[in-house]
Write a protein that binds this ligand. Sequence first.
Ligand code: FAD
Length: 470
Amino acid sequence: TPVIVWFRSDLRLQDNAALAAAARQGPVVAVFLRCLPQWQRHGHGANKLDFWGRGVAALRDGLTGLGIPMLHREIDDFAEAPATLLEIAQRVGARALHFNREYPLDEQRRDAAVIAAFGEAGLAATGHHDAVAFAPGELLTGKGDYYGVFTPFAKAWHRQLTPERIALHDTPAPQPRLAIDPDPLPDLPTLEDTPVDGRLWPAGEDAAADRLERFLRFRGRHYQRQRDFPAIRGTSELSPYLALGMISHRQCLQAVLAENDGALAEGDAGLTAWVNELVWREFYRHVAVGFPRVCRHRAFQRHTEALAWRDDEADFRAWCEGRTGYPIVDAAMRQLVATGWMHNRLRMVTAMFLSKHLLIDWRRGEVFFLRHLVDGEFCANNGGWQWAASTGTDAAPYFRIFNPTTQSTRFDPDGTFLAEWLPELAGLPGKARHAPSNDLIGGVDYPAPIVDHRAARARALEAFKALKTD
Ligand code: FAD
């Protein structure tokens, strides 16, 4: 009897725990449930949805090559998932369902409802912890709590990691043809925003594998030195692929092991720094499960809920549209809107600028990022925003407020990145691009800063000092 694999954000054939487990039990039928209205309610925008759609199409081609038919359904709400999957199980005569778990709260609840519904129907549904080395709850502090700070989490992660935890799963062998026809894939309906040029982000596991290989061959060993400079392509740009599972963290870690004499925590400084980022990714997934309030739009640091955020629409729009008068912030925001991706250093700079200099609620920035990011992923995005706003785990102490101009001169010393995204400043000498004062730029059409750094910093400090700690 056939076994169903329900694909979600794990769009690959290789090293896929659910697919490998299903293929051991019988011929596989793949299912994809497109849940656009709910994904949009969760804030995912056109870039991610477009990439997701193209990823499903690439997956379907791969599955066809293995003789696995893919069924496709449209649902409006996660609540429809159990009945839809049961209907498919009955139709194809399947007795078991496998899927890889997702960790935000609504996704956990949806999956629990599916497991319960299958159980009631006398069918087996199994959720695999495929996107993490340790299932949430497997790594706990000495007191038995989830970690709320990264460094001890990372130490425990390395200490307890065994080779089996990151061993690759087999890709299934081609199977005899089933008497089940695949469904045609529907087009993406017209969305409010137009997605960025898809050629920037070719979908599928081949494109992901290619990126990983190129990164490790040319940039991995320089990662530590280059990762903070947005004008250099020093990072992997694998985040969209990891977010939708077109590549797995195990494939990334195995590739590092092969390059780094079998080590993850020691050896080449660039490669080990990169591994650390993959551990951050896992950390924020554990946080989402261990502290579900973060999935309910709440601050991790409860006392910061009382912060008196400013409600200033004009400032918020200036930030969104890259018109703050701080070139590094504006260039970064334009990179985000034009490409669906922003360099990590600049995510920190822009998020801190919104939440500290403008003192605007980090949740508004979180929503804006998710709407534009092709790698938009709840756990990492929420974790990053709460870090920048000093409301989260490892929160940057509230008094540590990046000076955007200093960040700019340190991490884009020649103003190359600024010139790329702010052509109106390209005519200025590189060093003058960081803080083009009005009289200097004369006829150049670039706004004056919307806030003064020192005054804005003082305002943010006041607001944070007024909070009572727990
Ligand atoms: P690399 O430097 O090559 O890192 C490799 C991988 O590690 C990344 O692809 C990503 O999967 C993971 N990773 C790296 N840094 C982090 C981090 N700080 N937290 C969690 N995982 C990390 N990342 C997302 O994947 N989706 C998001 O929606 C997202 N939103 C963010 C919002 C803010 C405010 C901040 C500060 C960070 C956010 N990040 C997010 C984390 C990070 O900025 C991106 O993962 C990274 O810039 C992606 O580029 P890369 O693939 O070249 O990363």
